[in-house]
Every structure is written in C-alpha cells, then in structure tokens.
Design a protein around this ligand. Structure first.
Ligand SMILES: [Zn+2]
Ligand SMILES: [Zn+2]
Length: 150
C-alpha cells in the first residue's frame, strides 16, 4: 500500500476501476478541492494533448458518484472526492469556505435520523442527501487573530 491515492482502501471498488474512472478519482484526490466537469476534462488531457470525450468523463464521474467515491457539490457544480467510507444513503454535510475554497465533509448520525424523519413525514423518497453550508472555515474566520482552531 504505497499509494496515497486510494481513499477507500477497504473498498474492493478501488481495485477494479477502469483507467478513466481511476484517473478521474486520482485527479479529485490530488486536487483536494472541488473540480468542475470542464476542468476535469482539461486535467485528463493526456501527454499527447489528446482530450478525452466529455461523455466518457461524465460517465467516469457518474460512476464515482454512484459508488460513493465522490460527491457532487450542486452549489459549485463541481465534484469532490469522498473523504469517508460511508454508506451511499448516509447524508453528508459539506462545509464550504467561500474565502479559501476549502471543502470539508462531515457526517452525523443525528442528522441522518432527522433527515430520514423529515423525508418520511413528507412521504418523500430522497435520492440525494447532501447538505451544503457556505461560509468561512476556522482559519479564514479567525483571520489574523490568534484563536484556537475549530
Ligand atoms: Zn462522502
Ligand atoms: Zn477558508
């Protein structure tokens, strides 16, 4: 296990990705920030300058999403690698810093129950369970002041 590019070492998926899917995943891991589909296409240009077909990039991203290896940030129309080994049904909370662009992913068992209850009481079948919270990260919020990190 020398590669740091396998965010889900427990998942058998990480070992049977097609080259396009693996490349898309590697790009997200290396970027460590949200990457838009168009930017992804540019980043997947090979050594000879050959651009991948957009449809194959979208398919690779869709696969990563469907298999919980990445998430889509609706507010940024961009993709981020999943930092956790969680179930696809588990809600995720993204804390998006509007100043430095940092995106942190968090999950919460309480939130999971509450969201399930909200959906159920409305008779709603959720497909996505993503909460996006924009604001400022601990570093940016503290600016120059010396405070304890969040
Ligand atoms: Zn995740
Ligand atoms: Zn920040």
């Amino acid at each position: 296990m020398k590669s740091k590019l396998a965010p889900h070492p427990h998942s058998p998926l990480s070992r049977r990705l097609t080259p396009a899917r693996q490349q898309a995943l590697d790009i997200l891991v290396q970027a460590n920030r949200p990457v838009g589909a168009y930017e992804m296409i540019e980043l997947m240009v090979d050594g000879k300058g050959k651009r991948p077909a957009p449809i194959s990039v979208y398919r690779a991203l869709a696969y990563l999403l469907d298999n919980g290896l990445a998430h889509r940030l609706a507010s940024q129309n961009a993709f981020v690698v999943c930092g956790h080994c969680h179930d696809a049904e588990e809600p995720v909370v993204f804390l998006i810093c509007e100043q430095c662009g940092e995106v942190k992913e968090a999950t919460s068992a309480e939130l999971s129950r509450e969201l399930a209850a909200v959906a159920k009481s409305a008779g709603f079948s959720p497909r996505t369970r993503v909460v996006e919270i924009a604001g400022r990260c601990g570093r940016c919020a503290n600016g120059g002041r010396s405070q304890q990190p969040l």
